[in-house]
Design a protein around this ligand. Structure first.
Ligand SMILES: [Zn+2]
Ligand SMILES: [Zn+2]
Length: 554
């Protein structure tokens, strides 16, 4: 029996991982989804472009889904929208900048016209079905971020994903402490809070400290200055522009996403460009080195980005020269460390002075550290707590912080993707599992690459493939042509004639065996051929290429 006063919350992504954040709040009558993010594939997901959440639960209950509500415009919160809206076209709520970024994305997918985008602002209250929602301004590494308070018949659920407490933010708007305290005063049933930096002691530095370092570096630099950062970090970009202005340099923006985001941010008034500060790429060759700052993407070592092409001396327009200073104003996202390291190596080889790593002060995180996480817990004083937005170990650390400020262990749940968690004044438990998990996107295919395809790709990438083609007379079962063997990624056939000849003869023996035992079923013949070959190849090479027998009949 479901207690009268309860609602369900379900993570469809973003717990036990960083990426594809999406939560469902279900009152029994109304459903809303909070965020709709992507994740970038792990190394073993060969050829996969993106990973999105499985939204089966929303599709099964589509008539009750009132909206998707967005916290902010980062990819891990909005990136899956084009894929989800295609199946479930519900209203999407977000702040002005968030929707600005969403529009660009939907436009690319040809979905903008049908989309129902509704702007909200921090401090506002809206009603969605039986829910009332409050939006609370918070600091982060992009502008216009909100925490979302969902008032339900069972109590208030506060979704505080990506935030920090910055006392001196670039836009002067600090996290709305009063509103958080007020929510806490009125009683918060459940807090969902950002675990990204739960392992990091102390406080996260203010974004402004980065600007101070930019100023110092810009003053010292004699040659050209390059700054690579996230295209979405408008505050960081603003500080690059302001520092350039202060030392009398002009700024040239390079890289598609950087150019796009700068123009969106300028249009919407989130970025202030002093008169004449921008420099066109065409004018760059005519400028002295100490007159320019080049703002670019590629802080994650992405192989196709402007910065890594410059580092590899493959950029069409710009060559790195001795005397250049390159600032990498970002930390590698876990998994990107090697790519970033390589880019830095190449930049040094080209003669640039490279400034990187958080300890150099050229980057600060957009996420709250331990003391700030405790502050959030203490302001909000939730009855129950679920750490979100983090790898499992970060969630464990965050749970320990919650215990430290006095939340009993039995009021904390470490959720897995797909857990339906029932929550009300008298109940807090895992009720059941709903269908959920990763959906892989490869090119135009969504969900058509699954475990079997991935296993094949892994096998292909490890030992290659061997294709055996043989033609058989349908009546007699005799081999009329072949066996012919083609291989890719296994051995170079021309230099392995002896092995190939041996392979062909094994195949002949296997086929004759089939003939003698009157095996005529194709699959059985193929299995025999495969077995004979894989045994031989393992003996001779200790490799297991994929073997693909093709039997043709005439
Ligand atoms: Zn974020
Ligand atoms: Zn995030």
């Amino acid at each position: 029996m479901k207690p009268q006063k309860s609602v369900s919350v379900i993570p469809l992504g973003g717990v036990g991982e960083i990426g594809k954040n999406m939560w469902v709040v279900d009152s029994g009558e109304d459903i809303i989804a909070l965020d709709c993010g992507v994740m970038f594939p792990e190394n073993e997901m060969l050829g996969v472009d993106l990973v999105i959440p499985d939204v089966s639960y929303l599709l099964e209950n589509r008539s009750r889904v009132r909206a998707i509500v967005l916290s902010h415009g980062h990819e891990d919160h909005i990136g899956a929208l084009p894929y989800v809206l295609r199946q479930l076209n519900v209203p999407v709520y977000g702040t002005r900048l968030t929707l600005g970024l969403v529009k660009g994305k939907l436009e690319e997918h040809g979905l903008l016209r049908e989309a129902d985008l509704r702007e909200i602002r921090a401090g506002e209250r809206i009603a969605l079905g039986g829910f009332k929602l409050d939006f609370i301004h918070v600091n982060h590494s992009i502008a216009d971020v909100v925490a979302i308070a969902v008032h339900t018949h069972a109590g208030t659920i506060l979704y505080a994903t990506d935030f920090k407490f910055d006392q001196t933010p670039i836009d002067g708007r600090i996290t709305d402490l009063q509103k958080l305290a007020e929510l806490g005063q009125n009683g918060v049933l459940l807090l969902l809070s950002d675990s990204t930096n739960a392992e990091r002691p102390g406080y996260t530095h203010s974004e402004r400290t980065v600007g101070e370092l930019f100023m110092e570096t810009f003053r010292r630099a004699k040659g050209r200055i390059f700054v690579a950062t996230f295209a979405s970090n408008i505050y960081r970009i603003q500080q690059v522009i302001d520092s350039a202005m202060a030392v009398g340099r002009r700024v040239c923006v390079i890289g598609r996403s950087m150019v796009n985001n700068v123009s969106i941010a300028v249009d919407l008034g989130y970025l202030r460009l002093p008169e004449g500060i921008m420099l066109d790429l065409d004018e760059l060759p005519r400028c002295a080195p100490d007159e320019v700052v080049i703002l670019t993407t590629g802080s994650q070592g992405e192989p196709m980005s402007a910065l890594s092409r410059m580092a590899m001396a493959e950029h069409r327009r710009i060559e790195i020269q001795p005397g250049d200073t390159v600032i990498i104003s970002a930390n590698p996202i876990p998994g990107n460390e090697r790519l970033v390291g390589k880019t830095i190596d190449h930049l040094f080889r080209q003669g640039a002075d490279v400034i990187y790593h958080a300890f150099s002060g050229v980057h600060v995180s957009g996420h709250a550290s331990q003391e700030e996480l405790k502050l959030m817990l203490n302001l909000v004083r939730p009855r129950y707590f679920i750490p979100i937005h983090g790898e499992y170990r970060m969630m464990v650390r965050h749970a320990a912080l919650a215990e430290a400020v006095g939340i009993p262990r039995d009021r904390i749940i470490l959720a897995d993707i797909g857990d339906e968690i029932e929550v009300g004044p008298e109940v807090f438990r895992r009720a059941r599992k709903v269908e959920a998990g990763p959906v892989l996107v490869d090119g135009l295919g969504v969900g058509d690459v699954g475990n079997i395809v991935l296993r094949d790709r892994q096998q292909l990438s490890q030992d290659g493939i061997l294709i055996v083609v043989v033609t058989i007379n349908r009546q007699t079962g005799q081999v009329v042509a072949g066996p012919d063997i083609v291989s890719r990624g296994f051995v170079y056939v021309r230099e392995s004639e002896a092995l190939m000849e041996e392979a062909r003869s094994r195949v002949r023996v296997a086929l004759n065996g089939c003939l003698e035992q009157h095996i005529t079923e194709w699959n059985a013949i193929k299995a025999e051929v495969k077995e004979a070959l894989s045994q031989l190849l393992w003996e001779r090479t200790k490799r297991r290429p994929m073997i693909l027998p093709i039997v043709m009949e005439i």
